[in-house]
Design a binder for this molecule. Structure first.
Ligand code: NAD
Ligand code: TYD
Length: 358
């Protein structure tokens, strides 16, 4: 049985990945989820799997090298899938320090622990050990012209403290590949959306606010472009890269689904109107009048667009979920999980929201 060490498994993409992996491999794998449960980590995301014999949760900070080394000593880890990170650009602009600590130093701890556990005395590695570093297209910076794309060969040019910390961690992983022949891959994915996404990010924030008749904050002119991918397609890509990718390679993952932020907001409002049944009081609240243009984000990247040619050609992955279908699935999930939304938007998040949008 293959044993996976998943970091950040209680977050948005990590929890979707864990669900995907148990659906796909059921009892053929074991997953150890290492997460220190920041504001973004939520064990409620994993209720359905918490009683499985082949699942274990460890509340550990990835910067704690002693605890991480212990997990490697006590378990024969075959795969590391490294999601754990501070992930929100706006928070990184307000408080960069924790981004460097977790995203850069935490990645170094993970690399060192895996290397120590897997390396043989002759400098080679135990067979079939793999480390996958989950990263973002934001490391490539911003595209200005339509029709241009990020390739794996595009120079790194991050602008926000978040993307700078992810670019730094990518470089660290690359240095371990180049220097120690460490068996790793890096994936750079575009913006994800889907179930369990924390409502500080555009899509769940708009869904949540619209249903309550709250203002929908649009940064700048609303014409910044993001390339949206349904989170389950990302989970599938990660698994395929780890099993079929060439060791040491970087793969871009993206949906070929570029949309301006204002288009996304309009699609959400139209879909909510369409999906809410007649007589539901929220139908009256959902309205384009809620759209409110606010001050632009500092250093706001204009456009992201991934060319997923390499992963398609070498591995056979392609985005399966069309945006129209993915957004309906996402909204349906939020309708069915009102309590989840209430729980994550109480307390500290409320304070952050008031401070951010005051
Ligand atoms: P998230 O913020 O929803 O989840 C992050 C998880 O990491 C949380 O469970 C949190 O508790 C945990 N964590 C944070 N600091 C930790 C620490 N020091 N030790 C242990 N656990 C810690 O993030 P996400 O959106 O699921 O993103 C996951 C990964 O994917 C990140 O590395 C991010 O850079 C990358 N990524 C995200 C997107 C996106 O659109 N969300 C796109 C491409 C890549
Ligand atoms: P976000 O979901 O924070 O992802 P990222 O910054 O990593 O791409 O933001 C997506 C886009 O939406 C980005 O261009 C910023 C914009 N945005 C708004 O216009 N209003 C908001 O309230 C938020 C959170 C984001």
């Amino acid at each position: 049985m293959r044993t996976y060490l998943v970091t950040g498994g209680a977050g948005f993409i990590g929890s979707n990945y864990i669900h995907y992996m148990f659906r796909k491999y059921d009892n053929e794998i074991k997953i150890i989820n290492v997460d220190c449960l920041t504001y973004a980590g939520n064990l409620e995301n994993l209720k359905e799997v918490e009683n499985r014999d082949n699942y274990e949760f460890c509340k550990v900070d990835i910067c704690d090298s002693e605890a991480i080394n212990r997990i490697f000593q006590e378990n024969e880890i075959d795969r590391v899938v490294h999601f754990a990170a501070e992930s929100h650009v706006d928070r990184s602009i307000k408080n960069p320090d924790v981004f460097i600590k977790t995203n850069v130093l935490g990645t170094l701890v993970m690399l060192n622990a895996a290397k120590a556990a897997w390396e043989l005395p002759d400098g080679t590695y135990k067979p079939d050990k793999k480390f996958l570093h989950v990263s973002t297209d934001e490391v490539y910076g911003s595209l200005e012209e339509e029709g241009t794309f990020f390739y794996e060969t595009t120079p790194i040019d991050p602008h926000s403290p978040y993307s700078a910390s992810k670019a730094s961690s990518d470089m660290l992983v690359k240095s371990y590949i180049d220097t120690y022949h460490f068996p790793a891959n890096i994936t750079n994915c575009s913006n994800n959306y889907g179930p369990y996404q924390f409502p500080e990010k555009l899509i769940p924030l708009i869904i949540n606010n619209a249903l309550q008749g709250k203002k929908l904050p649009v940064y700048g002119d609303g014409k910044n472009v993001r390339d949206w991918l349904y989170v389950e397609d990302h989970a599938k890509a990660i698994d395929m890269v780890q099993e079929k990718g060439r060791i040491g390679q970087r793969y871009n993952i993206g949906g070929h689904n570029e949309k301006q932020n204002i288009e996304i907001i309009n699609i959400i409002l139209e879909t909510l109107q369409d999906m809410l049944p007649e007589g539901d009081p929220r139908k009256e609240l959902v309205s384009k009048d809620l759209i409110t243009y606010v001050e632009d984000r500092k250093g706001h990247d204009r456009r992201y667009a991934i060319a997923p040619d390499k992963i398609r050609k070498e591995i056979g992955w392609y985005p399966e979920t069309m945006f129209k279908e993915g957004i309906r699935k996402t909204i349906a999930w939020f309708f069915e999980h009102e309590d989840w939304m209430k729980n994550v938007t109480s307390g500290d998040y409320q304070k952050y929201y008031e401070e951010m949008y005051k």
